[in-house]
Structures are given as C-alpha cells and as structure tokens.
Design a protein around this ligand. Structure first.
Ligand SMILES: Nc1ncnc2c1ncn2[C@@H]1O[C@H](COP(=O)(O)OP(=O)(O)OP(=O)(O)O)[C@@H](O)[C@H]1O
Ligand SMILES: [Mg+2]
Length: 352
C-alpha cells in the first residue's frame, strides 16, 4: 500500500470497462456485505491504463457512489499497469525502520524509473528459508504523476482516497480472507479483465511472483470484429453468447476458442517463467476471477493447456451476504468482477 488510513472505507476498483464498488462491515470477525455495484464505462474513457476522459470517469464515480447511498467518503483504490513496478528482492535482515531509512537507496538498483519520480512502498515477507541472514521484501514503485492523477480523480468526485493498493495485492487479500492456506502449496491467482490480466503466484500464502499482462477480454472483441466484420456492440454480444442474425455461431465459436487459446498461452508463459526462476517450483492450482473468468471456454482452455485444476475464485466465499438485501443470482453473476474491489474493501483494518 502506498498510503493508508484506518476509518470506514469503500473499495473502488476502476477498470477499463467498468467501475466497481464494494463496502463491507466487520461483525464478530466476519465480513458482511453492505454494498456492491458496478457502472459501465465507455471504451474510450480508459485506454492503456491512462484516463482519456476524466470528466466521464468522475461523473461515473459520483453517480455510482450516490446511487448506492454511500455515507463514507473514504476510499481504498488500486492501480496497476506500466506505471507500477513490483519487485521481490533480498535484503540483509533488518527492522521495518531500517528498511524505511534505506529503501530509497536500495530501490535504486531494482526500479527502472528515476527514484525521485516514484512513490515507494515495501512489505517485509520474512527471512529466507535457506539463508537466514537475508530476508525477502516486496518493493512497489509507482510513478508519482500517475498516482497523483489517479488520486485527483477520486478527489474531484468528492471522495477521499485513504488506501492506494495494487490490483494483484488486492487479489491476494481477497483470496486470503476466503480460502485456507496450505503450507508449501503453490497457487496462481489470475484476475482476467477487459484490457489486462493480473497474475499473483502464492507459495504457502505468500506472494512469490507477480506480473501484469497487458491483454484481456478485449482480444475477443477485436478478433470477432476483425474476422466477422461486426460492430463493437455486436462483437460484445456475440462474445457473451447472444445469437445474432446472419452470424454463423460456429464461426463465433472458432474465434472464441482461438482467442481463449492465445490468452491461455500467454498465461502459461508467465507460469513457466515463474517455475524457471524459482528452482523449478510448479503451480499446483489456479484460481481465476475478473469478467473474462465467466467465459467457459477460457477456463477450459487454461485447464487443458496447464494440465492443472482451474477454479473460479469466489470473493464472497466467507463473506456474509444477506439474501433479503442482495439477490443471490445477481451476486453470483457479478462476483467475479468484484474480487479486486472486495479485496480493497477488506483493507480498512490496515494490516500493514
Ligand atoms: N460472461 C462473460 N463471458 C465472457 N466475457 C465476459 C463475460 N462477462 C464479462 N466479460 C468480459 O469481462 C471483461 C470485464 O471484466 P472486468 O470487469 O473484470 O474488467 P475491467 O476491470 O473493467 O478491466 P481491466 O481491469 O482489464 O481494466 C470484459 O471484457 C467483458 O466483455
Ligand atoms: Mg479490472
């Protein structure tokens, strides 16, 4: 986290296709769902992680918060993409204060940006298994201008960003709150959105590898448009399974299969890279989430390619969801899109 506060908070995940909001309450140690919602964004508002239309984004945020009658102004948000660098590094064993004092200097050799132009944060993971004189630390560097632009969007929407996290750590957070951790088990968490996929590989519940891949569900739309000559809107409908007049469903199926296969290949490369750089450790299980995880072809392609079990991550597995307040069918439908926002909403008791 690049900074944090400790008050009542709402988790807001600004994705390129929609803004998602989750609010939780903690009752006797369990999380209860208080609010959940999403608002679609036109495709030209956020392109390549950059906000191209600030006005529309701010208005969308305002409307979403208002329509859910959110009282608190405090927001936990997250960033990802080219302007954010995450590195797992080894440092000599030292205290939190000592790391804080030396982080600027230490980070210089790992971060490909000018250190004076980034916000830095770190998390100590603990001593190395093999060499107790060193410890593993996760370094996060985010470009200052990117962070300040992002924060000002929330401020201009009348909100007060208190926590700024990174997508793949919010994902880790929501996983930890919902699933038991098995010692030594290696699992990959994959958030599959419209324009990107966030990968976080955990070993025994601790992050061992992260990567943002800058392709996602939009690949399907582009391919359908290109190969079937459909408009953007029709392509989205065909992708979501609608039968369109004059469109051969077999052709749609072929395009979906090919695109799913190409994304599965991309993900396999990341998992292979992790294995090759971590003493041949293998991912044993994959949890997928994000809008694209709802596509059956995607899960199947991944399972076939990786040869391991691929499961949908349920962000509300251990969250109390009152059925009188939330339609269970609606929650089941939107849950995959809400994982990052839920992980953010859980940040309010600030664990670091
Ligand atoms: N049932 C479904 N089948 C296939 N794709 C789906 C389905 N439901 C949603 N999607 C796709 O999921 C994507 C939206 O997911 P999500 O909300 O996680 O993305 P995002 O957070 O807006 O994007 P990003 O994080 O990449 O900027 C879109 O590409 C959408 O078409
Ligand atoms: Mg997203």
């Amino acid at each position: 986290m690049l900074f944090k506060g400790k008050k009542d908070i709402v988790g807001i995940d600004i994705g390129s296709s929609s803004v998602k909001l989750v609010q939780l309450r903690q009752v006797k140690g369990a999380f209860q769902l208080v609010n959940a919602g999403a608002a679609l964004l036109p495709p030209e508002v956020i392109v390549d992680n950059a906000v191209m239309d600030t006005g529309t984004l701010i208005q969308t945020l305002r409307d979403l918060v208002e329509s859910h009658k959110i009282k608190t102004k405090n927001v936990a948000a997250s960033i990802s993409g080219h302007s954010v660098i995450i590195r797992k590094v080894q440092l000599p064993v030292m205290t939190q204060d000592e790391v804080e004092a030396s982080i600027q200097w230490e980070a210089e050799q790992y971060i490909p940006f000018d250190i004076s132009e980034v916000n830095l944060d770190f998390q100590i993971l603990g001593p190395d298994d093999k060499d107790p004189s060193v410890m593993a630390v996760i370094l996060v560097a985010a470009k200052k201008d990117f962070v300040s632009d992002y924060i000002s969007v929330f401020r201009e929407a009348g909100l007060n960003p208190q926590v700024l996290d990174v997508d793949c750590f919010a994902l880790e957070n929501v996983f930890e709150a919902n699933y038991p951790i098995t010692e030594g088990e290696v699992v990959a968490l994959i958030n599959m959105g419209a324009s990107a996929m966030n990968v976080n590989i955990l070993k025994g519940g601790m992050s061992a590898f992260t990567r943002d891949i800058q392709v996602g569900g939009n690949v399907f739309n582009d391919e359908i448009q290109k190969r079937l000559g459909l408009s953007g809107e029709d392509a989205e409908m065909a992708k979501l399974g609608s039968q369109l007049d004059g469109v051969d469903p077999e052709l749609v199926k072929d395009v979906l299969d090919d695109s799913a296969e190409s994304l599965a290949q991309e993900l396999q490369r990341s998992l292979d890279f992790f294995s090759a750089t971590s003493g041949d450790q293998k991912v044993q299980k994959v949890y997928i989430t994000g809008g694209l995880s709802r596509m059956p072809q995607m899960r199947k392609a991944l399972e076939q390619r990786l040869g391991i079990s691929v499961e949908l991550l349920d962000p509300f597995r251990e969250v109390v969801v009152n059925e009188a307040q939330f339609d269970p069918d609606y929650i089941r439908e939107v849950a995959p899109m809400l994982s990052v926002a839920t992980g953010l909403a859980m940040r309010r008791l600030g664990d670091k």
